[in-house]
Design a binder for this molecule. Structure first.
Ligand code: HEM
Ligand code: CA
Length: 172
């Protein structure tokens, strides 16, 4: 098998140290999904606004992130992830967000490669993007088509729950 780094057309670096991420530290599972292969090639996330996979994405967010970042990513012991302000400006790109999740940041924000596989990271990212509550113009991770359809998230309105119909696979 090719080393993962060889397959990545993009250069992924740690958010704090700037050192290259060691993708081989990620679990074997979830490396070869369509979403991961596309991400490693382009830095984009095909799960964004994918209605079929958002229930699974929500479930992963609730189990891995909400304890620190809040139920709707409004912020708790970690910063809010649902607005247009980022401590690390690169998190407004999907490449940057992946890098922060994979390799961690400071303090309690540890690397997630031990807890989530790369496919699951992309799913979690799609939920973080889905709960974005600010001006859709700031949703630069969306395609222009997705952006014109995007409704800023409202936690009080009906929204996708983990219990909503789940497909057999979102990358496995
Ligand atoms: C920072 C995402 C889990 C605590 C961040 C940032 C992102 C992020 C994107 C940077 C925010 C910015 O630039 O403004 C996530 C995701 C998680 C997760 C998607 C689940 C997969 C956790 C957990 C904890 C935590 C479990 C607590 C144990 C923090 C803290 C920071 C942070 C304290 C601030 C770190 C710094 O400024 O360097 N998180 N996080 N996060 N997170 Fe998380
Ligand atoms: Ca924020």
């Amino acid at each position: 098998a090719l080393a993962l780094g060889t397959r990545a057309a993009i250069m992924l670096t740690n958010t704090v140290t700037g050192q290259p991420l060691e993708l081989s530290e990620a679990p074997e599972e979830g490396r070869d999904t369509q979403a991961v292969l596309k991400f490693l090639e382009t830095g984009t996330n095909i799960y964004n606004e994918d209605p079929v996979c958002l229930p699974k994405a929500h479930e992963l967010y609730l189990s891995m992130c909400s304890g620190c970042h809040g139920h709707y990513a409004e912020g708790k012991i970690g910063p809010g992830l649902n607005d247009s302000y980022w401590t690390y400006p690169k998190n407004e790109t999907d490449q940057g967000l992946f890098e922060t999740i994979f390799g961690g940041a400071q303090g309690q924000m540890g690397p997630m490669y031990g807890a989530l596989n790369m496919n699951e990271m992309l799913l979690v990212m799609s939920w973080v993007r889905h709960v974005y509550k600010d001006d859709p113009k700031g949703a630069t991770w969306l395609t222009s088509e997705q952006r014109s359809a995007f409704k800023s998230f409202d936690a009080n309105a009906k929204h996708i729950e983990p219990s909503d119909v789940m497909p057999p696979k979102c990358g496995g």
